[in-house]
Structures are given as C-alpha cells and as structure tokens.
Write a protein that binds this ligand. Structure first.
Ligand code: FAD
Length: 481
C-alpha cells in the first residue's frame, strides 16, 4: 500500500497507555503522516466486564499522564466517548484518516472491536493495522505439537523460552506532526468517584503513568530484585515489583520488563540471578493467562474443568459481605481484604489465601470473588484475574487441586511471622503478641481484655471453624468426583 502523507493516521490507544515501545505509535510516526492519538471511552457497546471502580480511578490518572506526555511533544490525546464503532467512523469521516493503527487485544470484547474497526476502515478506504505489545509471544506461535493451546504451565513456559525472544524495546518515536480533532477533557469521562470519595488510599499508594511505571521497574531492580526469590511471599513490606497495574494499563510493556530483567539475569549470579529468573517466570504466568483467555474466551465465567459446573456452591450473602469487608474473624484474611479496599492491591500470597478462604472455607462461587476483585483491584485484569481464580478454585488449567485447602492460621504464621501485616491492617488486634495474633480466639479472656479486645464486639469471632469448613469443602468435592 502507498501512503498518502496528507492523510493523518489514527493511533487508537486502547490499553497501551505509553509512548515508548509502542509498535502502533512507532509505525504511524515512521510513516511520516500526521499522527492523531485517540482514546475511545466506550460505555455503550455491550461488555460484561466494564472497568470496575478502582480501575476507573487508575484509568483517569493514566489518560491524564498520557495526554501530558503527548502535550510535551506538541500533540494532544483526542478523547471521545461513545460506541467505539461510531466514534471511529465519525473520526475517519472528519479527518479523512488514511489508516488506524492499534495494539492487538486478547480479550473477547477487544477482539470483537477489532473486527468492527477493520470493517469500518475498509468502508472508509483506510487501512487497519494491529500491532503486538500486550503479550511477549503471540498465542498462535506457542502451541503444542498437535497445534493446541497449552493447558499446563511448565511446558508452556519452556516453549516460550525456546522461541525467539521478544524484540528489544524501542524508545519513544519522533512524531513529525500531530493531527488535531475535537476532544472531551479526561475529567468529563466521569471515571473518578464522586461522593463519597473513596480513592484517598489509592492516591496515597500509587502514581499511575508511564514515567512512574519506569521508575517502579528501576527501583525494583536496584533495591529489591535480588531478594525476590526468597521474599516474594512475605505479606508485609514491598518485596515484589508492584508493576501489575502499570502492566495492566500498558504504561509499561511486558517486553520492556522482560528485557530489563533478562539483562539483570545476565549481569548477576547466585541469589540475584535466581531471583531475576523467578521474576521472569511470574511474568510467564501472566503470559499463560493471556494465552488461555485467548483460547478459552469463556474463562472469566466458565470453569475450564466441566465437572466444576456441578459444584455445590452455597449462596450466603452475609458470609460474602464479611469476606468483602474484612470481618471474617481470621486476621490474615481480614488484613488482606482491608488492604485491598484501602489501596486497590494485595500481594499474590494474600490473594491466594483470601481466594482459597472464599471458595473452600465459605464454599462460595469463585466468580463472586473474581467480581469483587474486578471492582476493587487497581490491577484488575480479565486474563490474570479469571485464570488465577480458576487456579485457586481447582477448576482451571494446571490448577491447585481443590483438596489442597490453605489453613489461614498457618499461612499467617508462615508469611507474617511477626504479625506486622495484621497489626497494620487490623489495628484492633495490634495489642496482641506476635505468637498468637493469627488465632486471637486461642488467647485467654484476660490477655484479650488487656489488649483491649472483646471477641464478637471489637473483632469478630471466626465466621467458620477451620476444621469443620475443611471437612465440608472435601465433602462438596466428593459430589462432583
Ligand atoms: P510481581 O511478583 O512483582 O510479578 C511481576 C508481574 O508478573 C506482575 O505484575 C504480574 O503481571 C505478573 N504476575 C506475577 N504473579 C502472577 C500470577 N500468579 N499470575 C499472573 N501474573 C502474575 N494479577 C493481575 O495483574 N491482575 C489481577 O486481576 C489478578 N488477580 C488475581 C487473583 C487471584 C485470586 C490471584 C491468586 C492472583 C491474581 N493476580 C492478578 C496475580 C498476582 O497476584 C499479581 O499479578 C501480583 O500480586 C501483582 O503484584 P506485583 O506486580 O508486585 O507482582
């Protein structure tokens, strides 16, 4: 195709909210045509997984940061709201754009949007180009010998490591000129909470945007990476990268993280090298989730193991609410759920503990937990969230077996041995000594009283007995065997 340089190129920013290593932006910039950066806020096209509250807060900040970066370069993010199809069609008409470039999505609603966009472009005599960027390897390239998607992580990751490494990341491209079009302010999208303003903890904890994402990666590599393999399961303290929301919104691409980490592997030895390798493998779990979602678009709703469709889940609104509010009477579960509510995030170990508690101790459907995470996590990610919930519930690909039931008391003692995590998030238990803080009911009345605690009043009694809940969960599993 020959490009008509007078016709602008629309770069449709979807969830790759960055300028560096952005293949769609680079291709548009290299064409020499005026570039029109676009973000479409589509609350109209049917989509069962519209962003939750915490994600919307992040999105507002991230779009604001992207607009500022474009502004520094003489551009402007054109923000429009409405059905993606209508917005693209109107903009193609208004600007006579010669092409639309975008990053490929692997989510069911995203791929539908791509088909629509491609058809529209054809109607308008414009080209439509999809670029890689959200994953390290294309799902079509990582398949078993008989051409099927992998369902087990280890061979999947081996196949990834054997194939060509993702291309080295590229810097922000030079854009010769930007095209302009009418835009609504980011603030007009209504992404921020109105009343009550519950986002104070998010503002205190996070700094969204590409610059902050790069800073987070550098800080992790310089300060914490070498201890990652040994400390990543600690519940308290910043031991992991906290890159997940930045990765979700594409403020940093997985290939940028991959290459930074691969350099770290080459440059280090011993424990630091092991840590960098462990980290790469975690990035591999993200990759695995994306490939699974691409191959099994029903992943967010439907158990991958069909037997689990018959699982005798309970309905119990009071128990669900106690879990959501961090009032289960199990300190480690409550600490994690309150951290989630306050900051929009919790460590992976905490996610495993609370998810296991919901589906095994409370016998509530994993989809309930998935939905709550979807609304409250700043990194809520369709692929990672769905695959991880299925993994914990025992119904996913390569899942933890359902009969392996975490003991929340032992998990607390192991991963929060000093009780610091619990004291921080469940301050009403702060007066208890480390030794027993994960099972307050084991203390005598007088010890509890001297710590200012009255179980059932200042802090709940456990909503289920661990041993009884475990037995009930195993009986439920027998029913679907
Ligand atoms: P790090 O340990 O620093 O890891 C680096 C990156 O690797 C992460 O940012 C993430 O992109 C990826 N990663 C790490 N662990 C996993 C994992 N187990 N599965 C998939 N990718 C991983 N992650 C999300 O990004 N969004 C979600 O909605 C989400 N929901 C989850 C729900 C449950 C029930 C569980 C058990 C896990 C979930 N995870 C989710 C995975 C994981 O907990 C988070 O990615 C991780 O805690 C983010 O913190 P970090 O960036 O400091 O991770």
């Amino acid at each position: 195709m020959t490009l008509d340089h007078a016709r602008p190129i629309i770069v449709w920013f979807r969830r790759e909210l960055r300028l560096a290593d952005h293949a769609a932006l680079r291709a548009a910039a290299e064409s020499g045509a005026p570039v029109l950066p676009l973000y479409v806020h589509d609350d109209e096209t049917p989509n069962a997984w519209r962003s939750g509250g915490a994600s919307r807060w992040w999105l507002h900040e991230s779009l604001t940061a992207l607009d500022a970066s474009l502004d520094e370069r003489g551009g402007k993010l054109v923000v429009r709201r409405g059905r993606t199809r209508d917005v693209l069609s109107a903009l193609l008409e208004e600007t006579n754009a010669g092409a639309v470039h975008a990053t490929r999505s692997y989510e069911p609603f995203g791929t539908g949007g791509e088909r629509d966009a491609a058809a529209l472009c054809e109607d308008h005599g414009a080209a439509f180009r999809l670029h890689p960027g959200r994953v390290l390897f294309e799902p079509e390239d990582i398949v078993t010998k008989d051409g099927r998607p992998y369902r087990v992580f280890t061979p999947f990751w081996k196949a990834c490591l054997k194939s060509d490494a993702p291309p080295a990341p590229k810097p922000v491209p030079h854009v010769k000129s930007f095209a302009k079009a009418d835009s609504v302010p980011v603030g007009a999208l209504g992404l921020l909470p109105s009343k009550p303003d519950w986002a104070g903890g998010l503002r205190e904890t996070w700094r969204p945007g590409e610059t902050a994402a790069q800073a987070a990666l550098t800080a992790f590599i310089d300060d914490r990476m070498s201890a990652y393999a040994d400390r990543r399961d600690d519940l308290f303290g910043a031991t992991t990268s906290r890159l997940s929301p930045h990765l979700h919104f594409g403020e940093i691409g997985p290939a940028q993280v991959w290459h930074a980490m691969s350099h770290a592997v080459e440059a280090s030895k011993g424990q630091a090298r092991r840590s960098a390798e462990t980290f790469l493998k975690e990035l591999g779990w993200r990759e695995f989730s994306y490939h699974l979602l691409h191959s099994f678009p029903g992943l967010p709703d439907t158990p991958l193991r069909p037997a689990f469709a018959q699982f005798p889940w309970r309905g119990d609104a009071a128990a669900l609410s106690a879990w959501q509010r961090g009032q289960t009477g199990y300190p480690v579960v409550d600490a994690a759920m309150r951290q989630l509510w306050a900051t929009g995030w919790m460590p992976n170990r905490a996610r495993m503990i609370v998810a296991s508690f919901l589906v095994k101790h409370l016998l509530l459907p994993w989809q309930e937990g998935e939905a709550w995470f979807w609304d409250t996590l700043v990194d809520a990610d369709l692929a990672n969230n769905a695959a991880s919930w299925q993994w914990v519930a025992g119904c996913g690909a390569d899942a933890a077996p359902y009969f392996r039931i975490f003991n929340p008391i032992l998990q607390g003692r192991k991963f929060d041995p000093e009780g610091t995590y619990v004291r921080n998030w469940v301050p009403e238990l702060a007066g208890l000594p480390a030794g027993g803080i994960h099972a307050p009911w084991e203390f005598s009345q007088s010890t509890l009283a001297s710590a200012g605690i009255e179980l059932g009043q200042t802090y709940p009694e456990p909503i289920v007995d661990h041993a009884a809940a475990r037995a009930r969960a195993l009986r439920a599993l027998e029913e679907i065997k």
